[in-house]
Design a binder for this molecule. Structure first.
Ligand code: FMN
Length: 327
């Protein structure tokens, strides 16, 4: 399948694996890229720029295909050394960067001067337009159903994607709630040039996370995510668990008085315990409503092949049949 995104990023299939904290290691990124999609290493999961350089080198050892690095600009207690991270990405010969959080105007010229394409992930049309106006090459438009940070506007993809298509000139992918060939065709129909998946890629054989995490996603229905940190305007969609219930109870009790320090036990530094040790109640971890559509743990190659076969069959047979043009 050829779209503006496959052309821009030089990939075979219009499928991106979004950056994921403590999930986006070289193993997953390389598996996605080898299967014809775009795999992405999560920059901030690496503790130092030297560690990131090592992760990028490991990924080059595992794939000759293009892969990317995610750089997330979020409110954190101690800001990471972004200039060193950008330098490491450039020196590592990475061709694509996925930015998220604040817009990447500070780093954009450095990346683009080095021939790197920048895909900015954002949760509203106005932020996507801002990304376009500062010169980003593409956008990843993340709807309300997404795992992670959906922003504060709560617009789901059935509305957000056609709105983005009406306004944007740069290519964009649909992000949030994407799982299969149906998602891909629907996203293309709404004007996107491909799709970005997070949660679906965690439940794959190559995702370097504890089996408990994969099983939790397979077991969950679409009803089991919760929104946390809304009072702090840092809303995150997470899988419900004991820590999340305690966090929500504090939010209810403290109301407008809630401060980050009140919930630090449930959110700060919990990812290694969840993703690596499989301690599923250790804290809040991002997960999309799409968990309800995930029922197995295939290899990344099987997943991507299945998505593409299903998408082609829907377009040619199901939709073609409705028009009387079925192959
Ligand atoms: C466990 C997990 C961790 C994530 N961490 C990040 C991150 O560090 N930076 C980022 O930009 N997005 C992050 N995301 C968001 C994903 O890149 C992607 O936008 C989102 O998962 C799409 O929604 P979906 O889960 O419904 O596919 C994370 C998502 C998950 C599920």
């Amino acid at each position: 399948m050829k779209t503006r995104i496959t052309e821009l990023l030089n990939i075979e299939h219009p499928i991106i694996q979004g950056g994921m904290h403590y999930v986006g290691f070289a193993e997953l990124a390389a598996a996605v890229s080898n299967a014809g999609g775009l795999g992405i290493i999560t920059g901030l999961t690496q503790k130092t720029p030297a560690d990131l350089a090592n992760e990028i080198a490991r990924c080059h050892d595992m794939t000759d295909k293009p892969f990317g690095v995610n750089v997330t600009f979020l409110p954190t207690v101690n800001a990471p050394d972004y200039p060193a991270i950008i330098k490491t990405i450039i020196q590592g010969g990475v061709k694509i960067v996925e930015t998220a959080g604040n817009n990447p105007s500070q780093v954009l010229p450095h990346l683009q001067d080095a021939g790197i394409k920048v895909v900015h992930k954002c949760t509203s049309v106005r932020h996507a337009l801002k990304a376009q106006s500062i010169g980003c090459d593409a956008a990843s438009v993340d709807g309300f159903e997404c795992g992670g940070h959906p922003g504060e506007d709560d617009v789901p993809n059935m509305i957000l994607l056609p709105r983005a298509a009406d306004e944007l000139e740069i290519p964009f992918v649909a992000s949030g709630g994407q799982a299969d060939g149906r998602s891909l065709v629907a996203s293309l129909a709404m004007g996107a040039d491909g799709m970005n998946m997070g949660t679906r890629f965690i439940a794959t054989k190559e995702a370097p996370v504890h089996e408990n995490v994969k099983q939790a996603i397979v077991n969950a229905t679409e009803l089991e995510t919760r929104l946390v940190m809304r009072p702090l305007r840092n809303t995150e969609r997470v899988m419900n668990n004991a820590a999340v219930e305690s966090l929500l109870e504090k939010e209810k009790r403290l109301g407008d008085q809630l401060k980050f320090e009140d919930i630090i036990d449930e959110v700060a530094g919990v990812y290694p315990r969840i993703m690596m040790e499989g301690d599923m109640d250790a804290g809040a971890w991002s997960c999309g409503m799409v968990a309800g559509l995930i029922n197995d743990i295939p290899t990344v190659q099987e997943l991507i092949d299945r998505i593409m076969a299903e998408a082609e069959s829907i377009i040619e047979t199901r939709l073609g049949g409705m028009l009387g043009t079925a192959a």
